[in-house]
Every structure is written in structure tokens, then in C-alpha cells.
Design a protein around this ligand. Sequence first.
Ligand code: NAP
Length: 291
Amino acid sequence: MPAARDQTGVARCRVVVTGADGMLGGAVVEEFGRHHDVRPMRRAHCDLVDPRCTRDWMLAEAPEIIVHCAAWTDVDGCEGDPERAMRENAFATRNVALAAQRCEARLCYISSDYVFDGRKEGAYVEEDEPAPLNVYGRSKRAGETHVLRYVPRSWVVRTSWLFGPGGNNFVATMVDLVRRKDAVRVVHDQVGSPTYTRDLAGALRTLVQSEIYGIYHVTNSGTCSWYELARAISHCLKAPCRVQPCRSEEYPRPAARPANSVLEGRYARWSGLPTLRPWHEALTAYMEQLR
Ligand SMILES: NC(=O)c1ccc[n+]([C@@H]2O[C@H](COP(=O)([O-])OP(=O)(O)OC[C@H]3O[C@@H](n4cnc5c(N)ncnc54)[C@H](OP(=O)(O)O)[C@@H]3O)[C@@H](O)[C@H]2O)c1
């Protein structure tokens, strides 16, 4: 029997999404759900650090594609508990990779700009050597290595500075702060590309329809500092709050952050995948949706 197709003619697949209750996982469930048969996987179904549970759950669902969004994303928390970070981000990812291998599923793993140390002049490209500065980055890099080792039909998608509905993120925090405060100080010496989870979910769907496996950098277009992002949020809200720049040293945190988080998505571009819109357009869309 020929495969069922969605309204655009794409074959419907059975897709498991891990971390389905998370910020990106929720957007992926929504986006993929319009085109595919989606099985959201939540911690309540299975803790991914349990290899047997992960394998058995995946075997029962028999996915053709797994989008692995689950991770312990508390960067400072990871710094304080490296063993838990490795268990939840590296070992759990190995469990997912081995389960994908067993099910003969293709695997899309979400990774991070934090695999780089941020010392490069200019944007990071897919061939750049990872050198994480912090525990979270090391645990995400270890996850990448497991995926690439165990699942030849896999995509490793590095993204950065996510914002969107249903999660703790800088934009949501800043919306709250600029509404309540007269002034806020925000670091100006870390640059990156803010990325809307809905735009990323759309790009992931296009990517997994391809058979072009490997590492990809996917973010909204353009770059800014956290300070510039905070100013754009304040401007969008027409808030009277004064947003002032400061340096990272003035705002010490347990985990070091890369100064340069800018990812260039040249492999996606060379593969003919659409470029994501500028981050400020995506920010406006998200802010409108917040109202
Ligand atoms: N946020 C960013 O700015 C950013 C930037 C670059 C890359 N990324 C990557 O993008 C992905 C999604 O990030 P996000 O911000 O959307 O994450 P999130 O909102 O923190 O959601 C992560 C989800 O994964 C679940 N999870 C974690 N460990 C699990 C386990 N052992 N078993 C089952 N479920 C588990 C969490 O459940 P609990 O709530 O129960 O723990 C949560 O629902 C992650 O891989 C992250 O590393 C994020």
C-alpha cells in the first residue's frame, strides 16, 4: 500500500518527539503534528536515563523518525552537578541513539552553540572543532558524538538562544522585567542569534524530509548581544524601562558562557534549505502572540 501523504504530498511518518513538554519539544509536536503521526514522549512515559525503558518504549512506538529535544538545559545547574549533566544529556542521548538503531529510525538530535568556546572571530561553521567552555556544553558535545557514532542516518542540529511559548527563556524573563522595573542591566559582550522555536520546528521538519544527514547549524538570521535583544524587547513593548549595557564580569554566574555564539548555517544553505527569517521579525511575531 502506498504511504499516506499530507496535503503537500509529503509521506506521513511516525515521529517520536522526546522532551515533548519542553519549549522546543512543544513547538515540534505542534509543527510535525500537522503533517505526521506524532508520538510525544514525556518524562512521565519514560526517563531517558533508563536504557531499557527507552528502548522498550521506542520499540512499542516503532518510529520512523525520532526528534530528540529532551535535555537538562539549566546551564548553571549542570555546572554544579556534572554527573547529572552527563547522565541526562550524554548517557540519555546514547540510550536514544541505541533505541533508534534498534528501531531502524532516523534520529534528529538538537544540540547547542555551547559546544564552542566562543573565542573565534566570526561565525562558527559546521567544520569548526567543538571546545566547550562549560559542563552543559561538554554534555551536549558528548551527546553529538553518541548520535554520530551509533546512528548513520542522523542529523545533529546546533541552535542557539531559543525563545518561544511554554518555556523559561530570556525573552519571557525580559518581558516581565521591563514591564516591572525602571531600569535593567544586560550583558553586551556576548553575541548570538536568537531563535524562535516555531521557526526552528519548521526548519527541522523540512530537514528531516531530506535524506541529507550530518551536522547543521540552524538559527534565525542576524546577530545581536543580549543587551541589544533586551532593547528590542523593551522597544516592542514601548516600555519606559531603561536598558543599560554591562559586561559579563559584572554579572558573575557559575558557568562560563561563550562570548561568541554566532552559528553560520552554511550546510543548510548549500543543501538548498530555506534560510530562517531575521531574529527581530521572529521576535515581533512571538511578542504579538504573547499579547
Ligand atoms: N534553550 C536554549 O536556549 C537552547 C539553545 C540551544 C540548544 N538548546 C537545546 O534545544 C533542546 C530543547 O531545549 P528547550 O530549551 O526547549 O528545553 P526545555 O524547555 O528545558 O525542555 C527539556 C525537556 O526535556 C525533558 N527531559 C530532560 N531530561 C529528561 C529525561 N532524562 N527523560 C525524559 N525527559 C527529559 C524535560 O523534562 P523535565 O521538565 O521533567 O525535566 C523537559 O520537558 C535541548 O536539547 C537543548 O539542549 C536549547
